[in-house]
Design a protein around this ligand. Structure first.
Ligand code: UD1
Ligand code: CA
Length: 478
């Protein structure tokens, strides 16, 4: 048995009332579609290829589905959104499918993110026992409204699926519904191609009509019963929030099982690709998404948001740290209220304090920038101290320039480093300096205008101010 996976993702999703295509709706930072995709890829020993059916023009975004494993998605365009059978036809007429040798298609709705690989494995093993059969998944729902109903004859054999729009009152009362996950033998699909008529009401060609066709030809239709939760689809924003809650719980439980402490798992969002080491403690309202990897025994404070960020063992991220595409070294201490932008690389035991923003900033081991700074396009050597209020002036309104600061440098508070600039090892820059030219190693640099001290000058200053104010008031009143 050789299986190709198929994800149906070309529908318009009008019930979401959003300009974002439904299958790209974000769930814990990952597109909705990536969840069933991941379930398929996890069957990788059995699934040769995954075809993703998309609307003309494809799905927006440069990489809507990043491949977590060795299977990359094969995008197939469905020229017209003429129904779920139309979507499967697009697959079976694609060159990737025709040149492949799969015996079965494992078809999943792209809007069902709660399907897991255990369910898919059961479906596949049923198919292995009966390779010629069309295998459906069904669930019993208290409220089956909107789903295709499973019609069975008196002996219990399935003979059709009836969509909501075509169902009679008695059919609508049936609680067993089509879960939207199918294992279909290749010959069944090839035979039906071009032969499924559009539904007269909606004009769509339904994949579910395949069932009646197979039955009419004395073929075998089997069903696998699944839980109502596993099949939950997303058609509205409210349903999107419901599946998000289920996935949040699943993912968080997994991390807790691996020794991660989540102070409040209901208020912690962790994306499906995120890795976290044991002994790490995460406070509420944090959001770890994308390819974020957190080491062991780290502490993640309140409201920390990490995207595609790597955090070394034992690092401490205090409250309200925001980081994207950054690397935070082992035992680094960051925040509270720090903003690490792409290209930030903090070495071992680096300290970044409150209201510090970094961008393309590489800080060597033990370097510190503890207060109120902007560090952009900069390299900072080991043990260098960046004083409060230091700014790298990296932009002249046209181009960006780099600053290179050596090891063991002391940058005094309120310094402006005007790039391009090189500061040699061991240099000392006095507070309040504006540095516009390179400093050799070991240099001391000061920017000090000659100071002026006027004893009691402040008194005279205030007198003058008061007199001027009086004069102005007299002018105003008639
Ligand atoms: C579908 C099933 C229904 C089942 C339900 C389970 C059909 C006709 N009906 O209904 O029996 O109970 O799923 O959730 O299949 N899509 C395309 N191209 C299209 C139309 C849809 O790729 O032309 C994709 C959509 O993006 C979506 C999936 O197919 O991911 C299902 O489409 P949707 O319109 O949501 O079908 P339902 O009405 O939910
Ligand atoms: Ca649906």
């Amino acid at each position: 048995m050789i299986i190709d996976g198929v994800l149906l993702a070309a529908g318009s999703g009008t019930r979401m009332r959003s300009p974002v295509p439904k299958v790209l709706s974000p769930v814990l930072g990952a597109p909705l579609l990536s969840y069933p995709y991941r379930a398929l890829v996890r069957l990788h020993e059995r699934v040769g290829a995954v075809h993703v059916v998309v609307p003309p023009g494809g799905l927006p975004g440069d990489r809507p589905l990043e491949a977590p494993g060795s299977v990359s998605p094969l995008y197939v365009v469905q020229e017209r959104p003429d129904g779920t059978f139309g979507a499967c036809e697009a697959v079976i007429s694609s060159s990737a499918f025709l040149s492949g040798s799969s015996t079965h298609l494992l078809v999943l709705n792209g809007d069902g993110p709660l399907v897991d690989e255990t369910l898919l494995e059961s479906l596949v093993s049923l198919g292995e026992d009966r390779p010629g059969a069309l295998v459906l998944t069904t669930a019993h729902l208290d409220d089956p409204t909107g789903y295709g109903r499973i019609l069975r004859d008196p002996s219990g054999r399935v003979f059709a699926i009836r969509e909501e729009s075509a169902a009679s009152a008695s059919e609508k009362a049936i609680g067993e519904v089509n879960a939207g996950i199918y294992l279909i033998p290749r010959p069944i699909l090839l035979e039906a191609a071009g032969r499924i008529a559009p539904d007269p009401r909606k004009g769509e060609r339904y994949l579910t009509d395949l069932v009646a066709r197979v039955v009419a030809q004395a073929g075998e239709v089997l069903t696998l019963s699944v839980s109502p939760e596993a099949m939950r689809g997303v058609n509205t924003q409210e349903e999107l929030s419901l599946v998000t809650a289920v996935l949040r719980e699943r993912i968080n439980r997994l991390h807790m099982g691996r020794g991660v402490t989540l102070q409040d798992p209901l208020r912690t969002d962790i994306g499906p690709e995120v890795e976290i080491g044991p002994g790490t403690v995460i406070l509420p309202q944090s959001f770890l998404e994308g390819r974020t990897r957190v080491g062991s025994s780290c502490r993640i404070g309140l409201g920390v948001h990490l995207l595609d960020t790597e955090v070394g063992d034992g690092a401490v991220l205090r409250d309200y740290v925001v980081a994207s595409s950054a690397v935070i070294g082992p035992k680094a201490v960051v925040g509270p209220f720090a903003h690490l932008r792409p290209g930030t690389e903090l070495g071992l035991e680096v300290h970044i304090g409150n209201f510090v923003e970094t961008k393309k900033a590489v800080l060597g081991p033990g370097a510190k920038a503890n207060h109120l700074s902007y560090l952009g396009d900069v390299t900072v050597g080991a043990r260098t101290n960046i004083g409060a209020g230091t700014i790298t002036c990296n932009y002249d309104g046209y181009e960006k320039f780099e600053t290179v600061i050596g090891e063991d440098v002391f940058v005094g508070s309120d310094t402006q480093l005007v790039a391009p600039l090189i500061v040699g090892d061991g240099a000392v820059i006095a507070a309040g300096s504006t540095v516009v030219a390179d400093l050799p190693p070991g240099a001391l640099y000061l920017t000090r205008p000659s100071p002026e001290l006027r004893p009691e000058g402040a008194l005279r200053y205030h007198e003058r101010r008061r007199e001027r104010r009086k004069k102005n008031k007299r002018k105003e009143s008639p």
